[in-house]
Design a protein around this ligand. Structure first.
Ligand code: SAM
Length: 267
């Protein structure tokens, strides 16, 4: 998958990765980290809506949320729509990602200006290990399992996340392409089932054109002895009106998995 670029807007080498931002006729501005597509103005709303709203649909009056990775601010921008949230923390290892996205993707990163939003620029695995019984929702918006992202695919990290959640709290992980990273998807779901319980780690899908293969997975995990039931859409009409992908139909359809994905997920 490639895009014709009309202009390179930004390039920098951070202590963690190469950061590039281009303008493209087909997808608008795009953020590339170490050569991988991360954000495009055209379709990033799909990813951020589907990372956040299926879990927020289940949580009742959540007060504290954490985003790990997600330096573009897109997940935070979706979370600030929930008035019950008092504290939204972004833990991004690379401050240069956030600084550049504030400049070049203001519509994606706007949630970072919300007074409830705060940023910690450090390794998410170390940050979350310092919290216990604290968050209602944790959203892991990581890069691939390479470089600093590798720490976000370890069982110890998943255990730390579980420990950081209140009882009934939910964690959502982007779990890669079931097509082009089938092994990572399958291993990650198995690890999450091992930590949260097989009935409490459920994959779901969305279509993200700029990601390899278009089919993208997330895995939702519940910290409770009760099984995770995604349920029907119960999100307020006010929030639903602000969305461009997620809706009541998507809430049920996203959890309908193709046979090969079920097999990879051990379902
Ligand atoms: N939506 C994209 C995807 O699915 O690949 C991810 C977007 S976001 C830009 C990914 C972010 O994770 C990057 O900004 C990267 O710096 C951050 N990251 C990687 N490893 C991290 C770690 N160990 N702790 C915190 N942030 C990390």
């Amino acid at each position: 998958f490639g895009l014709k670029c009309s202009e390179k807007l930004y390039e920098a080498q951070s202590p963690f990765q190469k950061i590039e931002i281009f303008d493209t006729p087909a997808m608008g501005r795009i953020l590339i980290l170490d050569g991988c597509f991360m954000v495009t103005q055209k379709d990033t709303f799909i990813y951020h809506e589907m990372l956040v709203h299926p879990a927020m649909n289940i949580l009742r009056a959540p007060r504290k949320a954490l985003v790990i990775g997600g330096g573009d601010g897109g997940a935070v921008t979706e979370l600030v729509k929930y008035k019950s949230l008092e504290e939204i923390t972004l833990c991004e290892i690379d401050e240069m990602v956030t600084t550049s996205c504030r400049e070049f993707f203001p519509e994606v990163s706007s949630g970072l200006e919300d007074p409830r939003s705060m940023s910690a620029f450090e390794d998410g695995a170390a940050f979350v290990a310092r919290h216990s019984d604290y968050f209602d929702g944790v959203f892991v918006d990581s890069t691939d399992p390479v470089g600093p992202g590798k720490a976000l695919y370890e069982v110890s990290f998943y255990q730390s996340i579980k420990n950081s959640l209140k009882k009934g709290g939910i964690a959502v992980f982007q779990t890669e392409s079931p097509i082009f990273m089938a092994d990572v998807f399958s291993e990650t779901v198995a690890k999450l089932k091992g930590v949260f319980g097989s009935a409490n780690a459920i994959p779901y899908l969305a279509v993200i054109p700029s990601y390899p293969g278009g089919m993208w997975s997330f895995t939702m995990c519940l910290n409770d002895s009760e099984p995770l039931i995604p349920g029907s859409c119960d999100i307020s009409p006010e929030i639903l009106q602000s969305l461009k992908y997620y809706n009541a139909d998507i809430q049920s359809a996203a959890f309908g998995l193709p046979q090969f994905v079920k097999a990879l997920a051990g379902i």
